[in-house]
Design a protein around this ligand. Structure first.
Ligand SMILES: [Zn+2]
Ligand SMILES: [Zn+2]
Length: 413
């Protein structure tokens, strides 16, 4: 059974706690469109991960069996200590490569595409990371760290990294010098000049201090979150493919073979004419992407996310017994929801019609008993109710004018 079945509700509960705490402290650390997009990106990434993880764990297990240099006693604490330090060390280099090599950045950029910084940002994970990053941990397999230890250490590292995504926890003194903490990680997500390519650590920050990538958060310069080339979209699929498309386009258009390779393997923003000029426009650098939204749109967004979340939890529960095709089907449904929601939030033409079509297809097939056979009566009734409620909310969202765009500095219509 997936540990996410337990972790995801805890994560959502903590996001709710952070929202309440921020309100109590009189601070605004969430924006609706951004947070829903983060959650949709996270759901999509987990669907892909559940498929690809099998592949990477399989390769790891084969390497341990064929070339594992040592046999470790699982009862000894040493295997856990060694595995923890090795995993954290290789995570540092995988993460650093993810920022400093363009094709790896194309995958990792998703995590940095939010212009907010809160616990929902932690869920904003790449769907394509899984294709490349397992290779960085193969040295652990080569020294024979058992696959069960590797999986648990990796899981603990992922869970640890959730709490560092918050603005509400201040600097923590000496702890900031040893561990990855909210203060360190705020810098990592910043686009201020001093925040570029720093603080890669997962659990420990000592690797950054050792290899010269550590900076401390500055009190005189608030961190501005996001990337130098902003995403400017609420579409989770676009967030995952945008940088690949621009990388392939740049490589394609480069006249020399060497330059083509540089567009893939050099740092993000590399150009044949010299280093990129990220400093062009400081006002632009600090602009925040926002689109108008109405109360009804927000209510609709919340209901639709709750529904897709239920679908995701159901997938986690039944996944072990599902065929790969069925899992891909679930993933596609979740991705489709993300796309239509992104278009709806951005007020794109045809978004309401497309979303209505999606609602009728998904709920309609459930209500008509076409999805699960035999579908329990309660599921069919709830689906029919969900379809009607969604369509009513969509109709209301359509009638309301957006009301938040003017309130935000640097907002774009
Ligand atoms: Zn990063
Ligand atoms: Zn992060």
């Amino acid at each position: 059974m997936s540990p996410l079945l337990y972790a995801v509700p805890v994560f959502l509960g903590l996001i709710f706690v952070e929202l309440l705490a921020a309100r109590w402290m009189g601070r605004k650390v969430y924006r609706f469109h951004d947070a829903i997009t983060s959650i949709n990106i996270g759901l999509m990434s987990e669907c892909v991960r559940s498929l690809l993880k099998l592949m990477s764990v399989f390769v790891y297990a084969v390497v341990v069996e064929k070339v594992g240099a040592f046999t470790w006693d699982l009862a000894s604490p040493w295997v856990w200590v060694v595995a923890f330090f090795m995993y954290d060390f290789f995570y540092y280099w995988a993460h650093r490569a993810g920022h400093e090599i363009n094709f790896l950045w194309a995958a990792h950029v998703v995590h940095h595409s939010s212009e907010e910084f809160n616990l929902s940002t932690a869920l904003r994970q790449s769907s394509t990371n899984q294709v490349f990053y397992w290779a960085f941990y193969l040295p652990m397999a080569i020294v024979g760290i058992p696959v069960s230890v590797f999986v648990l250490v990796a899981l603990a590292s992922t869970l640890y990294q959730f709490w560092v995504h918050t603005r509400l926890i201040p600097k923590l003194g000496w702890i900031d010098l040893v561990f990855s903490t909210p203060s360190n990680h705020r810098c990592h997500h910043g686009r201020n000049p001093y925040c570029i390519d720093v603080n890669y650590g997962a659990t420990l920050i000592i690797w950054d201090r050792l290899f010269g990538t550590y900076v401390a958060e500055r009190d005189d310069e608030p961190v501005v979150y996001g990337t130098l080339v902003p995403l400017q979209s609420w579409n989770p699929v676009w967030a995952n493919v945008k940088n690949y498309i621009s990388m392939v386009r740049d490589a394609w258009q480069a006249p020399r073979a060497g330059d083509k390779l540089m567009h893939v393997f050099a740092g993000p923003g590399w150009t044949a004419s010299g280093p990129a000029a990220p400093e062009q426009d400081m006002a632009n650098r600090y602009a925040v992407f926002e689109t108008p939204s109405s109360t009804w749109q927000r209510v609709y967004g919340m209901v639709a996310t709750a529904v897709v979340f239920a679908l995701f939890m159901h997938l986690l529960m039944v996944a072990p017994g599902l065929s790969v095709a069925a899992r891909i089907g679930y993933g596609l449904l979740i991705a489709l929801n993300g796309i239509t929601m992104g278009w709806l939030f951005a007020g794109q033409a045809g978004a309401i019609g497309l979303e209505a079509l999606r609602v009728v297809l998904v709920f309609g097939s459930l209500a008509a008993g076409l999805w699960f056979t035999p579908a329990p009566a309660t599921v069919r009734v709830v689906a029919a109710f969900g379809m009607v409620l969604s369509l009513v909310l969509l109709a209301r969202a359509r009638g309301e004018r957006g009301d938040t765009v003017a309130a935000l500095p640097g907002a774009q219509a």
